[in-house]
Ligand binder design. Structure first.
Ligand code: KG4
Ligand code: ZN
Length: 348
């Protein structure tokens, strides 16, 4: 079964053709990084307008590189939540139009669940049930994932997402946008123990996150509490701050994720989202999982950032279960997850 996946929730226009939920026939991503670079963050209006111009060429290119004609597609999957409303609407409108014109079924996909599903792409062995960590520019969440479409929220960020913190700290350090890859690279030249930043735990048993404090700590460290305009650190000091910041964020991510694994006595851990590309996070999760006797499943780096393959892959399972959507399908900007009881019992 061939599914065309369409993704436009933030600043990547993406489309892919995936066979049977697993075999990626094509995966085309048009990134908008250059457009948002001057603003050091995503500008929603610019993102929506860029999706509008890129959407059809990206879909065309995904079909061509898969050598698939539109008529041969068995279904169309599209991200409808969460994300920027204007950006989501472009993908949803394209998907609805194709579904209507071709008389092919339409399925709606949750972007965060698709990030988890990216671990299943090009993989034979099952990934569910598992504890899953989604670390992206907009979200930081831990789930217990029973199957492709059933995810219980165990913990989430109460303010900034991990990727957002990477982007904002990179802006303070003048490392450019997107900040995650730049900090990852700079940190390799620095010493993580040179500057120690706070690890925010929100109580001994909480599985929630908070990354706004560390961002302020970096700002004070670099610009002083009076808030000088410019960060005046040398390249060596910048590398040390990048390494110290990354270490603190990674420590908290790994600690809480492994606590969730222990709580659910999980045998597998799946990680998805742009920050899952981070080399230090991958390293520390690998060590922690080995120590805990848990199978760590990391997506290929190309499937960590926003892409259409994860949408098509998850869409296949929704389609198989008959969870189709109609022309009334709308964008839902906020994540509407219900919490599992595990967090409440242990909340500190
Ligand atoms: O999943 P994604 O492509 O978009 C959202 O759904 O938000 O994630 C983008 C985020 C950005 O904040 C970016 O800085 C971060 O992923 N990122 C990284 C790395 N590569 C991308 N963060 C840390 N280290 C990286 N190597
Ligand atoms: Zn994403």
């Amino acid at each position: 079964m061939l599914v065309l996946g369409i993704e436009s929730s933030c600043d990547e226009t993406a489309a892919a053709v995936v066979a049977d939920g697993r075999i990626v026939r094509s995966n085309v991503v048009a990134t908008q990084n250059a457009l948002h670079l001057p603003y050091r963050g995503v500008v929603p209006e610019i993102a929506a307008r860029a999706h509008l111009t890129s959407m059809i060429p990206v879909i065309d290119s995904a079909l061509r590189s898969a050598s698939v004609a539109l008529e041969d597609v068995d279904g169309i999957a599209v991200t409808n939540t969460p994300g920027l409303i204007g950006a989501l609407l472009i993908g949803i409108t394209a998907a609805k139009t194709l579904s209507w014109a071709l008389e092919k079924p339409l399925v709606a996909v949750n972007h965060l669940h698709a990030h988890i599903y990216s671990c299943a792409l090009s993989r034979e062995a099952p990934i569910f049930p598992c504890v899953s960590l989604v670390v992206s520019g907009g979200h930081t969440s831990i789930y217990f994932s029973r199957d492709e479409l059933t995810h219980e929220l165990m913990g989430a960020t109460q303010d900034d997402a991990a990727g957002e913190a990477f982007d904002k700290v990179a802006a303070i350090l003048n490392l450019g946008y997107p900040g995650g890859p730049a900090i990852d690279k700079a940190a390799k030249q620095g010493h993580a123990e040179a500057v120690r930043f706070p690890r925010t735990r929100l109580g001994p048993r909480s599985l929630d996150f908070s990354f706004s404090g560390i961002k302020t700590a970096v700002l004070y460290h670099c610009c002083g509490k009076k808030g000088r305009e410019e960060c005046l650190l040398s390249p060596e000091e910048t590398a040390d701050v990048a390494a110290g910041f990354q270490e603190a964020v990674v420590d908290v991510l790994v600690e809480k994720t492994m606590a969730a694994v222990r709580l659910r006595r999980a045998h597998r851990l799946a990680v998805g989202g742009g920050v899952a590309r981070n080399s230090r996070l991958r390293e520390k999760l690998t060590v922690a999982s080995r120590q805990a006797g848990v199978e760590l499943i990391l997506p290929e780096p190309v499937y960590c950032i926003d892409n259409g393959a994860m949408v098509a892959g998850l869409g296949y399972h929704a389609l198989k279960q008959g969870r189709t959507a109609g022309p009334e399908l709308d964008a839902v900007p906020r994540q509407l997850d219900s919490r599992s009881p595990y967090k409440r019992k242990g909340a500190g």
